[in-house]
Design a protein around this ligand. Sequence first.
Ligand code: ADP
Ligand code: MG
Length: 610
Amino acid sequence: MEKKQFQAESRRLLELMIHSIYTHKEIFLRELISNASDAIDKIYYKALTDDSLSFNKEDYYIKVVPDKENRTLKIIDTGIGMTKEEMENNLGTIAKSGSLAFKSENEIKDGHEIIGQFGVGFYSAFMVSDVVTVISKALGSEQAYKWESSGADGYTIEPIEKESVGTEIILKIKENTEDENYDEYLEEYGLQAIIKKYSDFIRYPIKMNIANEEKIINSMVPIWRKNKNELTPEDYENFYKEKHYGFDKPIKHIHISVDGTVRYHAILFIPEKIPFDYYTKEYEKGLELYSNGVLIMSKCPDLLPDYFSFVKGMVDSEDLSLNISREMLQHDRQLKLIAKNIKSKIKSQLLSLLKDEREKYEEFYRSFGRQLKFGVYHEFGSHKEELQDLLMFYSSKEKKLVTLEEYVSRMPEDQKYIYYATGETYERIEKMPQTELVAEKGYEILYFTEDIDEFAIKMLMTYKDKEFKSVSSGDLGIETEESQNQREDDQENIALFDSMKKILADKVKDVRASKRLKTHPVCFSTEGEVSIEMEKILKAMPNNQNIQAEKVLEINTNHPVFHSLKEAFEKDQEKFTLYTNLLYHQALLIEGLPIEDPVEFTNDICKIMV
Ligand code: ADP
Ligand code: MG
């Protein structure tokens, strides 16, 4: 018998496949089952146009037969079969699409889910087998053929007896090695689990004997192909659990069926609780991706933008090729369309949740609001417009989370800015001296307690043309009679402030009469882009040690303490220095900033006590 060589490309692929270590060898079964399903499809479509053929659904199935003793696994189908030429052409060469994906060897070595990525289906059988035998009888042929190969050294083809049309693939399963347990591909329960996982929604029955009883393993009609009206909320919840998307109960499900330029079905979930690893770099975003009922990727990251990385679920499309690499997938036009479509669906569903079920939205927001704010900040704010209406912040007036839309809609006419204050907790912000003037004006203040808040807002810059303004920033944009007086105070006390500035040297940028303080004697404001909160956050990260907020020490000239300060300035320089340092340290304490020399500070306090 003549031994034929594989075509050069196929040989290279085979070698790679056999010699590399793949983490997902089990996908060979998915590939063989999907080929079997394709083969049945082919008869089905033929029957649609050929009157001499009838398609009797019961006659078409896939059967999986493990044989532990002989270490063989058979995958039998009643599909269209292959002629001798088809065996030569289809099993001896890589399908065109496969070879495209195969451009660079490097790409292949990187991938750990190589088959899933490259879909070079049939060859994956060699990952688990020493010998692969294909016995097939094509529709309309009298003669059946046997194709056999033990890998890189080529294959043989010879005539054989076979009664019915269809294909039988016989794998001689490898012996176990130290790292790999091949036995699981001979165990009924192991096989059942693999079929469930990857091929549950194949349209034809996949049969297997379990404990000597023939069973149909796959459920065949996927929930996402069903009509929404037929499904109950429990169905979706069960699906969520079955798929292990999470242990919680999802807040919302989104069922999409699109029959437009790109056809797809999707079921998406918005979880209630944060997965334990969500805000770590271990967390992988992505949706399950099916091509016509066959799982091709369990986490396709390209389907979700980072800011919606919390969304769980799956997408099934008829328009995606199975033979598509991850590399190519990123550039796939269909996939991009689907991703875009999904993104806007998620957004509109979140907005309607916010509108109609506010409590649920707030619950969602407590878990994932941070991610949305990261989304505003990331990529230089390129998604900020998309996300701004999903944001919420705690309001000084409402004492609950409010949206920017709500804030702006009730701004008094004379209010120029959207005010915010940053701090560790709502309680601490409430007591911040810097909020006094804004609060007295009756303006609402948004409380920022998360690291990301101020960074996100700096990226947003404006909402509905209103600028954001920190209550600690130099100019609050509020003109009052007092601020006129304050300016005069500044003039009047110019020598005093200069002197304080000298004492504090490079610790502050300026010392001024405050326009914002009402009852407190002292506070900091900042100039420039970096606020005190931002300085704290940035300093906590490596490489940012030099970042400094430009601090201005503001003194309340109406406070009794100021009169003592003035008196000391005129009469007692030593006391004046002491007071200046004390006021500076008080401002640090109010901001929650560390005091550089606590011993000196307590000594200073003792000095005024004795
Ligand atoms: P793909 O399925 O993406 O075309 P595969 O490597 O999985 O690539 O299969 C190669 C080809 O071999 C198929 O396109 C098909 O023509 C043929 N083939 C494989 N398995 C079967 C089968 N069970 N019945 C009929 N033809 C098959
Ligand atoms: Mg295939």
